[in-house]
Design a protein around this ligand. Sequence first.
Ligand SMILES: Cc1ncc(COP(=O)(O)O)c(C=O)c1O
Length: 412
Amino acid sequence: MTAPTRATTRTRTSADLIRAEEPVLAHNYHPLPVVVARAEGTWVEDVEGRRYLDMLAGYSALNFGHRHPALIEAAHRQLDQLTLTSRAFHNDRLAGFAERLAELTGLDMVLPMNTGAEAVESGVKVARKWAYDVKGVPADRATIVVAADNFHGRTTTIVSFSTDETARAGFGPFTPGFRIVPYNDLAALEEAVDETTAAVLIEPIQGEAGVIIPDEGYLAGVRELTRRKGCLFVADEIQSGLGRTGRTLAVEHEDVVPDVLLLGKALGGGIVPVSAVVARREVLGVLRPGEHGSTFGGNPLAAAVGTAVVELLETGEFQRRAAELGVVLRDGLAELVGKGVTGFRARGLWAGVDVDPALGTGREISERLMREGVLVKDTHGSTIRLAPPLTITAEELRSALGALEKVLGETG
Ligand SMILES: Cc1ncc(COP(=O)(O)O)c(C=O)c1O
């Protein structure tokens, strides 16, 4: 039997490829029925050459659009030099990456990892170690307080403190040591934090929950409370960070600097998985040689792309675009309220849009938008999430909103 040639794989249609996945790929996501073959900037193209405006941007992993020239160039340059050493050796790109990222975030030290979930896991470990070594919590008694409806990833420890039964059912037993309080509720936090608490771990805006923005003062309140009670504030900015909300970090909207910052997604420029725990020296300094590791974390290709990402953010252009175009997004959505949209929450170029359930589920609306050449994704129920690349133009944004208006009008 001969191996399939490039020509035969090329002739498979989108429908063929979706069918081919079924027997060989485990289910995790529930993808829209589109098979992307090429992309540039804000646009993707499927196998048949149909073009779609990408209004999801890889769940914010593509904040700079597809194949941003500066990022592709940095990757190409690094591919020609050195791609991987493991952390058994030093590599010549890592120090610069860590210096630039620490400076961008106003913190001291960086622990490079790969996926978002790994950054969260590492953040949990570091917070616990800090609790034992610095705060003096008795061994194995550390607690971490998290918020209901959180989304921090899919590992067994992370789903241990999820409140989403779909994410948890069948995966126990779970990791102990977490307390769950309602999001946006400082009084509940006050009650849950005690002398065993290593950290409060929250998303400054809850993405998967439907772009839930806490009340003004909540993040500053968490900062004040954690400082007063002597535990760490760990902000998961894996989805909200790196320009998405109109600032480098979402916590900046309340002038808050957390003790520990978790970054991922856009840090890899849509090219390689790059995540990081970024923290004050007092916190990340608790890790000693041999206590943590990752074969790929901080590899030279990741560091080169990550450095190029930080360089793009240092210009401020993307944060500015997100803030300015965020007004176009907000105004456009406000006009759709009462015309199929029942409510929305938006900050920068990020919105959770609640659609009248009578018009369809978020999934159905997403499929109809796909047929109009606009890619979005539902979160829960009848909520869809808009998170286009920050390189989107006002015209493209208006055309996506026009497509949403059309889809809602047709179904109404
Ligand atoms: C806030 C937040 N944390 C963590 C993660 C997990 O990231 P990853 O899928 O790269 O493991 C996500 C992914 O959506 C996220 O939104």
